[in-house]
Design a protein around this ligand. Structure first.
Ligand SMILES: [Zn+2]
Length: 409
């Protein structure tokens, strides 16, 4: 049965539409908002008053827009609401405070390699308390806490389904524990999903609202945005492209499948192939196998080392096979490749693009941008703040109305 819309839902939707236009524009006027939103001038005027009362939007100078028309420019108020972001990675926890424009106010990083799940949760709590206190921001201004985690998430329960070698995460609900501790709405998402969100809000995506962000590090996963919103699938496990088969009879993967994509194109696969190469031959300029990392391969390729270049071309080829599958399955506007392998020399991206070109129909290849992420802040971290702000923009009516508060005092 279809749920009826309450009047508040409609207002929230319209407020959200305006907030999203304002955040993408520099000093936008009410007239421009009317044109871009399709809402009536009276409606926009009303809604803007509401956003100003909540301090979410501030007015600036008189600006001249297209056709010589002048109006008061508006923008998001960076002092209004804030997000606490937590990136829970395999070896560290990074916590920070973001403003409404994704600006990082302060952050703190702690290694957690070798710690138990319980100890790691204590580190997260201590860091959140630390950044909240150090920021000096009033408590009510925190719109939420966003957490990104490396494994697939059973989001409804806030549980992390799979982090290699850390089965303990399955048994606890991370988001509930943090929400109970701090009394602030808490959201948890796969790091690939929040990365996609960060790229769409703050990266090179522009209007590309059907976006796939591929995280290529020790594992491979993807965050999929459909019209700018995270596509979760039934159990929030959509986007696990690292476990799609590219060789039906390939080696066994820990997920139970065979020949999974990430066994061929992850940073771990590259390191292992480089180590195997060095063990089997005496290569000039290469360190011994145990000292090789992806950075070693990148550096040697940059110096023109033929073996390193071939390893990267092969890795890019496999990534390209995976990307071609993603394009055929989802037909996105843009695919952004991020994390460790996005630091590789350009030949890697060229190999990815060439493979996609060879394996998709020409119209599809030409219309699908394949780019590297160039965000200044790590997308899996920036995205935690973006997640919180995007949730706040879905329900702006729940943000405290400051004018009313002051009048009622
Ligand atoms: Zn697998």
């Amino acid at each position: 049965m279809r749920k009826g819309n309450r009047p508040g839902d409609l207002q929230d939707r319209n407020l959200g539409v305006l907030l999203n236009i304002i955040r993408r524009s520099d000093n936008i006027t009410r007239q421009d908002l009317v044109e871009q939103s399709g809402l009536s001038p009276a409606g926009v005027s009303n809604l803007v008053s509401n956003l100003i009362a909540k301090e979410l939007v501030i007015e600036g100078d008189l600006v001249t827009r297209s056709k010589g028309r002048r109006g008061i420019g508006m923008k998001l108020n960076e002092e209004s609401i804030f997000a606490i972001g937590v990136r829970l990675a395999r070896s560290y926890v990074r916590v920070g405070v973001f403003n409404i424009n994704g600006g990082l106010m302060l952050s703190s990083l702690e290694p957690v390699g070798g710690l138990t799940v319980r100890e790691t949760m204590e580190v997260i709590k201590t860091q959140i308390s630390y950044v909240m206190e150090t920021s000096g921001i009033e408590l009510w201004r925190f719109a939420g806490i966003g957490i990104s985690a490396p494994g697939p998430l059973l989001a409804r329960e806030g549980k992390i389904a799979l982090v290699s070698n850390s089965p303990g995460w399955r048994s606890i609900s991370v988001s509930n524990i943090i929400e109970d501790e701090f009394g602030i709405p808490t959201y948890i998402e796969h790091d690939a999903n929040v990365s996609a969100l960060a790229e769409y809000w703050f990266g090179k995506a522009g209007e590309a609202s059907n976006l796939v962000y591929v995280v290529v590090e020790q594992g491979v996963g993807a965050g999929i945005l459909k019209n700018g919103v995270i596509f979760t699938g039934s159990q929030n496990v959509a986007g696990e492209i690292g476990h799609t088969t590219i060789e039906h009879d390939g080696p066994q993967c820990e997920c139970g499948n065979r020949g999974c994509l990430e066994m061929y194109c992850s940073s771990l696969a590259l390191t292992e192939k480089a180590q195997a190469l060095v063990s089997g031959a005496n290569l000039d300029g290469w360190p011994k196998a145990s000292e090789i990392t992806v950075d070693t391969v990148f550096a040697l390729a940059n110096e023109g080392d033929r073996s390193a270049i071939q390893l990267l071309e092969k890795s890019g080829y496999y990534m390209g096979v995976g990307v071609a599958n993603v394009i055929n399955a989802f037909n996105p506007d843009m695919i952004v490749l991020g994390d460790q392998m996005a630091q590789a020399p350009k030949i890697w991206l060229e190999a990815v693009r060439q493979t996609v070109k060879d394996r998709t129909i020409p119209e599809l290849f030409e219309k699908t941008a394949i780019e590297l992420s160039e965000l200044e802040i790590d997308a899996g971290f920036l995205g935690t703040g973006t997640l919180v702000i995007s949730k706040a923009f879905e329900k702006p009516s729940q943000i405290r109305n400051n004018t009313e508060e002051q009048h009622s005092l």
